[in-house]
Design a protein around this ligand. Sequence first.
Ligand code: ADP
Ligand code: MG
Ligand code: MG
Length: 481
Amino acid sequence: MAVEIPRLPHTLPLPLKDDVLLELVDKTKDWALMHGAAMRSKANFSKDSLNFAPFVLVPSAFPRKEFYKAVQLQQILNELMHRVAHNREFLTKSLKETIQVDEFTGNLFKIYETVQDEGVSQRVSLGLLRSDYMVHTGSKGKIKQVEINTIASSFGGIGQAIVHFNRFVLQELNHHEMLVNLPDNNALEGLCSGMLEAWKIYGDSKAAILFIIEDVTYNICDQRFHEFELRRLNPYVKVIRRTLTDMAQRAKLGPDNELLIDGYAVSVVYFRAGYEPGHYHSQKEWDARLLIERSQAIKSPSIHYHLAGTKKVQQALARPGAIEMFLGEASKIEAVKEIFTGLYSLDFDEFGDQAIQMALDAPERFVLKPQREGGGNNIYGKEIRDAILKMKDSRERTAWILMERINPPLSTGYIVRPGGPDIPELVDLVSELGIFGVIIGDSTKIYSNRQVGHMLRTKVSTANEGGVAAGLGALDSPYLI
Ligand code: ADP
Ligand code: MG
Ligand code: MG
């Protein structure tokens, strides 16, 4: 018998009439384009044009209490990640098996060990984090953490535009009284002020902020929003964009380990690339990453922050007693534990064997995850069994973690995509909330620790993953209920 999935209430009466929908969709596509809720087309890439980013027309409902819980938790999570990143023993122990079989994480770890052994030349790190959640119907509608991103945490720029977008839509539909339920969102300013704070700490007013970018940038508006916001907040700070290959060819270190490229000294490095193997075409790009890490520039993330954000470390933190090593106060420890869902290692020990058995017995209850970022890498449902049977007797399995599947409640709405129909269909949706955090500090001191904003991504309920950049999800705003 099929189990009924709980539903969130509609934010306003749906469906909308076809003539209302036709006019509203036409208008909102232009609104999105004119306000930068847009991306480059993958199918017809051109630097001369943009498509609007897929969006949810009427904002989706999100439980108010759970939203504010996530907001309030962010500073604690920032602190936790900062401490984890600075604990060499914990990182080493957690990643020990994985780095033997996962070449990518192994390469990151080599850079980490190299700079740790040499002595780091920049002690200050800039964390621009995003903790992601889904409401779990299996835990009485409480939020559970999907993951926390420490590198290239995106949609702080476009996500903010989308709040204005959803306000506009509610006004167009004559529901002005509903606007109070769309929380303010200052993610962009918050993230950029973090970068400027790091720039100030670096202490060279002429030094630039460097964005490390992919060879081709599809999510260009989100990145440019950051660049232009930096210029708005401080008209004197220059932003430059370079790929890892550019860095490999032309970057060097100055006498005091200053990072130099094309006549610029770099104060802050903001990685929007470097989180997946495809961004390193050869050993040269890895050498460039090491060069950056060796430099005096403040990195977001520094290599230890990058490692702290791996799925394997997330799983290690869910082990009994782990959080207690990093957070002192019982209330903080409890609050963090409450958002964790089952996370299991597949190491070669009795715990790993138990996890493998659980996954084989009920694969639909889990998600199987490798050490990758950027969406589209996880394994779901029946395919988990095939994957596990294949890797069960090889060391390969230690590169993966098993995570309990979160089952979010359904909402109903319209997703509007480039190339889609003029009148979109009403469909079942599920949402994932992201909360942004900024933390600046070194191994002994935290200088800044803030929650700065949020984003909501929504996908059709039947899709396993909902990355907007990956093409499945749509931008949305939480409508608090
Ligand atoms: P990535 O770093 O690639 O974004 P995630 O852990 O966020 O990796 O997984 C990608 C997507 O897969 C998430 O955005 C979510 O849609 C889905 N997902 C991940 N973990 C779970 C889970 N435990 N339950 C349900 N869906 C999940
Ligand atoms: Mg991620
Ligand atoms: Mg994710």
